[in-house]
Ligand binder design. Structure first.
Ligand code: TMP
Ligand code: MG
Length: 212
């Protein structure tokens, strides 16, 4: 299909700690955009549906062990394999609402012993650059109130605290920090307002490359 005459869609990424409500807000945002006539599609990383994503899923479920560098590169490959389709959607005017992206990739691996932010960023350099990163934050107290972790790898408080520290180092001017402690509906309204402004603003801009 041909390039949209309405301008391109936006690449909107949600990042943040576990239990901040990222996935819930992603779904609500896509629904709201679609209902108001803005083409939008939900996307998520890792995409567990591909061959690479299947290995990642096994690793997260602790059904297999993988060397830490190797699994970092698989997470990155799982994004790169999605790029042609992502670009196609964006150029056709569809806004992509993405649940985690390269920032999770860096923040999680860099929380492991012996990994620096700089090494972790390398494989994701050049990915389509998000127009907006909505960073959902939650105080440890609020997080605790929301109930226990699941049983997947990385789902423990000390690790998540390191991840949160790493996210702080990745913030740039296209990040918006959102207090996820608010009720779901107020949060949704705030997110919609920010997102709609960015969608309008990025229509005629080129898609830039991440970390270049
Ligand atoms: P999920 O819970 O959103 O499906 O994410 C699965 C886990 O994978 C979560 O703990 C974050 C982690 N992760 C990485 O370690 N590297 C990555 O590149 C991504 C996207 C997620
Ligand atoms: Mg999870």
């Amino acid at each position: 299909r041909k390039k949209s005459t309405m301008g391109r869609g936006s690449l909107i990424v949600f990042e943040g700690c576990d239990r901040a409500g990222k996935s819930t807000q992603c779904v609500k945002l896509v629904e709201a955009l679609e209902n108001s006539g803005t083409p939008a599609k939900l996307w998520r990383f890792p995409d567990r549906g591909t061959a690479i994503g299947g290995i990642i899923s096994q690793y997260l479920e602790k059904k297999c062990e993988l060397e830490d560098h190797a699994v970092h590169l698989l997470f990155s490959a799982n994004r790169w394999e999605a790029v042609p389709k992502m670009k196609e959607h964006l150029l056709q005017g569809t806004t992509l609402i993405v649940d985690r992206y390269a920032f999770s990739g860096v923040a999680f691996t860099a929380a492991k012993q012996g990994f620096g932010l700089d090494w972790c960023r390398q494989p994701d350099i050049g990915l389509p650059k998000p127009d907006l990163i909505l960073y959902l934050t939650l105080t440890p107290e609020e997080a605790a109130k929301r109930g226990g972790f699941g049983g997947e790898r990385y789902e423990n408080t000390p690790f998540q605290e390191k991840v949160a520290k790493n996210f702080e180092h990745l913030k740039e001017n296209n990040w918006r920090v959102i207090d996820a402690g608010k009720d779901m509906e107020s949060l949704h309204e705030e997110i919609q307002e920010i997102t709609r402004a960015v969608i309008k603003d990025s229509k005629d801009k080129d898609i830039e490359k991440l970390w270049i």
